[in-house]
Ligand binder design. Sequence first.
Ligand code: ADP
Ligand code: MG
Length: 395
Amino acid sequence: VDESVREDMTKLEDTFPGISERFRLVNRIGEGTFSTVYKAEDLLYDHYDNDWDIFGQAQQKEAWVSPPSKRRRVNGEQTARRNCRYVALKKIYVTSSPIRIQNELELLHDLRGCRAVCPLITAFRYQDQVVAVLPYFPHTDFRIQYRTFMVADMRHYLRSLLTALQSVHEHDILHRDIKPTNFLYNPELKEGVLVDFGLAERQGSEYTSACLCTHQSYVRRSRIVSSHYSKNPPSSGLSAGYPKNDSRPSRRANRAGTRGFRAPEVLFKCTSQTTKIDMWSVGVILLTLLGRRFPFFNSADDIDAMIEMSSIFGIRRMKAASAMHGQIFETNIPTIGEKGYSWEKLIKWSSCVEDLTESELQATRLLSGLMELDPNKRFSAEEALQHEFFTNPVH
Ligand code: ADP
Ligand code: MG
């Protein structure tokens, strides 16, 4: 372990009373804008009957902590069982709003027992510091695996991710930040777990209301912006894509998420966003896998993202999509055509192949149902799992 990481871990052990009696920090495994995640050994592991079962949870909803003797076979297969001798300690930065931290922990608590959703073991607070304890889940970095994925691997990956989302959405929860780093996939188990509910919200909740935005980090994390850019184009003289005399009223909407994965309705500032925004992001992951390009979309801001989207869908469909959300789409960028391109053509270009195989074509049909501009027509997780790609796969 790196010297600076060691120092960082010692600091946590020293500043958080009691933590070193319970856990031995092993390594730092994630460092983001909002948290640092450490792998740790639970020193009291032997004292508790805490043999955690992430995947078999659906079968034993209430009793998802069960002794090894109760392991059972589901559909003839031993369910993957992770004991939690090793845990992931997620130290949430003190700059995060207490409301957001509580929200994340509460939603995780609601989702306990859901297959392929990483369960929350417990959480500790000392003063303003909060540490969430999750079972450690061994996984492979997406950047290493995406290029080598065969269609069969994509199928396992997506089935697991969609299974997680089906439960999350059944609970009327939007994850809002579906992307590879938040879905920890284990190629040997052919299953993954969904993590990071830091941006998640209940459908129709008022978490997006402006009153919560006074807290600095909340503002940073899920910025709510008015469409000021359409009224005040950047002074750099940038005119392409920006209408000159724009008299549209500005609108506020939650646009929390990660660039490149935001659904069109988020970009169009739709104020009643649904669980379908997660389905778009699943589509972006599938597009990444089929196109063998990561990140697939690389826009710096929402306007750029819309330009990328328009290059694919074409002006006609973008106009129709924006109208659905009461917006008007205009562009004078010459490279954006009226009609756009088919997914098949795009994937062929992106992955530099002449033709797609039958199974890739089947995956492409699923893709078009996920990356559907109209959220009402876009597949739900349940519908996606019923797709021929899963129920009648061609090999
Ligand atoms: P953040 O809000 O900082 O993005 P995440 O919950 O996404 O926090 O965790 C950040 C990273 O830490 C993940 O991308 C993953 O690499 C690692 N991580 C999180 N939870 C676990 C876990 N239960 N097991 C293994 N690694 C994890
Ligand atoms: Mg994350």
